[in-house]
Design a protein around this ligand. Structure first.
Ligand code: NDP
Length: 293
C-alpha cells in the first residue's frame, strides 16, 4: 500500500483564502477590521523571520498588523506593560508574544498575562482550561491545524483509536483534548511510555509530536492508519519529521509529509483565530474552532 498524501500547503492556502473572503465580508458589513499585534523581544533571527511571516500573512488576508519589537535588554515589566496596553486597545483583536524570549524574561509567565479573548496562540491557562472542559475558546494554532487537516480529509474520529506521541502544552496535550472532544479513544504517550511501538500499532490515527527525527518507524504503523507528523527537525539532510516517512508511506492510508504537511497550517489557523477573536469581541458567537460535538 502507498499512502495518500495530505497536502497541508494546499489546505493552508484554502483556509487563508476563506479567512480573507470572510474578513472582506465582515469589514464590508461595517465591522472593525481584525488586528493582530505581535511582540518580539530581542534579536533572535529565527524569531524575527517567524514574526515577519505572521505579519505578512496577516496583511495578505486583510488583518491590520502591528509589530512591536523590543530590545533584548527590555525588562519583564516593560513587556508586561505592553501586553496590558494591547489588551485594552480595541483595534487589537489578537496578541502574540513570540517565544522564546531572552533568558532574563519569563516568556511562559508573560503569556499568561495576555487577555484570554485576544489569546490567538491559545496558550494562556484560560484557553487551556476552556479546551480541557470542552468549552468554546481559542485553540492553539498547530493542534487546530491538525484537526483541520483531518476534517478536510473526512477522517472518521468517533470511536477511533488515536495515539498522540508527545505531551507538550503546545502540541501533544491540546491535540489529545481536541481528538477526545471528537469522540476518539485517545492514548497520550511520552518519554516514559513502555512498549511505544506496540501502543502506536493500535492507532487508527497516529499523531507524532516528539521532536526526534524519524523516530516512529514504518512497522509501528497499523496498515491503513492516518499518520500526522507534527515534527519539524533540522538534520544535515534537511528538514525531517518525527516519522520515518519512506517506511511509513508504505503502511499508512493517509499521511502528512514534512515539509508541506502540518507546518503551513499553523499560520493559517492563527489568521482564523484572529478573525474569530474579532468576531467574539464584537459580540458574535464565541470562538469555537475545533470542538464541535
Ligand atoms: P516538546 O519538546 O515540548 O515535547 C516533546 C514531547 O515528546 C514530550 O512530551 C516528550 O516526553 C516526548 N518525547 C521525547 N522523546 C520521546 C521518546 N523517545 N519517546 C516518546 N516520547 C518522547 O516538543 P513540542 O511538542 O513543542 O514539539 C514537538 C515537535 O513538533 C517538534 O519537532 C517541533 O519542532 C514540532 N512543532 C511543529 C510545529 C508546526 O508544525 N508549526 C509547531 C510546534 C512544534 P516527556 O514529556 O516525557 O519529556
Amino acid at each position: 500500500m502507498t499512502a495518500t498524501l495530505i497536502d497541508g500547503k494546499g489546505i493552508a492556502q484554502e483556509v487563508r483564502a476563506e479567512v480573507r473572503a470572510e474578513i472582506e465580508a465582515w469589514c464590508g458589513a461595517g465591522m472593525p477590521r481584525p488586528g493582530l499585534a505581535t511582540i518580539l523581544v530581542g534579536d533572535d533571527p529565527a524569531s524575527a523571520v517567524y514574526v515577519g511571516g505572521k505579519q505578512k500573512a496577516s496583511a495578505e488576508v486583510g488583518i491590520e498588523g502591528s509589530s512591536y519589537e523590543l530590545p533584548a535588554d527590555s525588562t519583564s515589566e516593560e513587556v508586561e506593560r505592553l501586553i496590558c496596553e494591547l489588551g485594552d486597545d480595541s483595534r487589537v483583536s489578537g496578541i502574540l508574544l513570540q517565544l522564546p524570549t531572552p533568558e532574563h524574561i519569563d516568556g511562559a509567565h508573560l503569556t499568561t498575562l495576555i487577555d484570554p479573548s485576544k489569546d490567538v496562540d491559545g496558550l494562556t491557562p484560560v484557553s487551556a482550561g476552556l479546551l480541557a472542559k470542552g468549552l468554546p475558546g481559542l485553540r492553539p494554532a498547530t493542534p487546530a491545524g491538525v484537526m483541520e487537516l483531518l476534517r478536510r480529509h473526512d477522517v472518521p474520529l468517533t470511536g477511533s483509536e488515536a495515539v498522540v506521541v508527545g505531551r507538550s502544552d503546545l502540541v501533544g496535550k491540546p491535540v489529545a483534548a481536541l481528538l477526545l472532544a471528537q469522540h476518539a479513544t485517545v492514548t497520550i504517550c511520552h518519554s516514559r511510555t513502555r512498549e511505544l511501538p506496540e501502543v502506536c500499532r493500535r492507532a487508527d490515527l497516529l499523531v507524532a509530536a516528539v521532536g526526534r527525527p524519524q523516530m516512529i518507524r514504518g512497522d509501528w504503523i497499523k496498515p491503513g492508519a492516518t499518520v500526522i507528523d507534527v515534527g519539524i527537525n533540522r538534520t544535515p539532510d534537511g528538514l525531517a519529521g518525527d516519522v520515518a516517512f519512506e517506511e511509513a508511506v508504505q503502511r499508512a492510508g493517509l499521511i502528512t509529509p514534512v515539509p508541506g504537511g502540518v507546518g503551513p497550517m499553523t499560520i493559517a489557523m492563527l489568521l482564523r483565530n484572529t478573525l474569530e477573536a474579532a468576531r467574539a469581541q464584537a459580540g458574535e458567537a464565541a470562538p469555537d474552532l475545533a470542538v464541535k460535538t
